[in-house]
Design a protein around this ligand. Sequence first.
Ligand SMILES: [Zn+2]
Ligand SMILES: [Zn+2]
Length: 459
Amino acid sequence: MASETPCLIFYGGVGGEVGGNQILLADPGTKTKFLLDFGCNLARRGLLYPFPMTPKDRGEMVNVGLAPSPEVLISKPFPGPVSGAFISHPHADHYLCICLLPEGTPVMASPGCLTMMEVRRSTRRKGPEDEVGHLEFRPLEAGKPLELADGFSIRPYYVDHSAFGSMGVLVEASGKLIAYTGDIRFHGPLKDYSLDFERILEKKGPDVLILEGTNAIGARMVGEDEVERDMASIFADAKGLVMVDTNLGDIWRTSSIVSAAKEARKDVLIPLRLLAILEALKEKACRIRPDLIRMPVPDPREPNVLIYVRPKKRLEKWEKDLLSLCEEELGSDKLIEPDEVAKRPHELVMISEHPASDMRDVGPPKRTVLVHARSEPFNETGLVEYETLKAWLRTFGIPMLHAHSSGHASLIRLAEMVERVGPEKAIVVHTPEPELAKRYLEGFCREVITPGPGEKIRL
Ligand SMILES: [Zn+2]
Ligand SMILES: [Zn+2]
């Protein structure tokens, strides 16, 4: 006979893993099982499947330990379906394993997050992770409670993070209040959202606060306006092509790049995937909440925004489709191919998701520089990719500069949150330094837990 108190089972995002959060909140009292994120352990995935390898099928993903199987989720810790999976934001380490959720599981996220997940699926080569037809996607409304059972409800709130549509959540399960930050920061363009979330938690006084602890050591945390200023001055000083290595899902960063380029009187080349993201956001997410991003989504119709087209023989189907749409709607003048880049490199800033590939396609002209505008690598796969990038920079003679601000709060700021909110238990996930985080946070909360993989905690 199961105990009547709710419990948490940490299937992923623990034991020193940054991301791959898979946290099951199971409440036998209301017969409810609710997942807080169902992401992928990207370090392990990268080790098992270096590009171009991908998982063979969903069964293999379970067998290699990327997530528990649907059967495990249905049978443990008590028999019954999963009532919902809350996806905090559209980073793969928080949602990529949803394909393994049982048939009919409702996947709940902000409209922006749902849109970004959809764009990812439609702009990449299909794999088992894209098999999500058996799930039911439900948009969440910030601040609005949603009852999943009598005695079990959730209330989502927007937070500031480097991914579009990021949310944290407060769950009530048989009288216990459990708060989950997802990934959070207090220094980005949407910092007011994080501050509001913190104030609400302070008022509600949750019993448990599950928080992230990414930035225990190092990282730069400044406002996005400062990043934009850094970039504008680099762009103005650069005497040749500027390539900017960035994460395309960070809309504020791409917006900063476009604005900085405008200030430096340069044209920006955007890759087709970014165009797909911008168009999808305009179409869907922004129509629902135009004030949500508090910054205009870069408009591909602006005169200084051009679309970079990779050499034709390498285009995938979605790229070809988008391209013909572009030609019709925006005109062929908007499209720039590699040989045209070589004609006026000093007038161009190129946003790149895969700078090593783009460099080889363009054959970078002399005086090219690279701006690294994404986080430092935090796992072995990232380190290998970073070394590959540096090897190509050396090959071509391209110096690298940094212009970045972290998507995560510092551990010091998170400790302030713990102290303000005052939970009985603080549980730290998504951290490369569980021991350090635990010892430091113990100065702010009586009970700090850093669970191990598969660990179950009774509330
Ligand atoms: Zn994360
Ligand atoms: Zn994230």
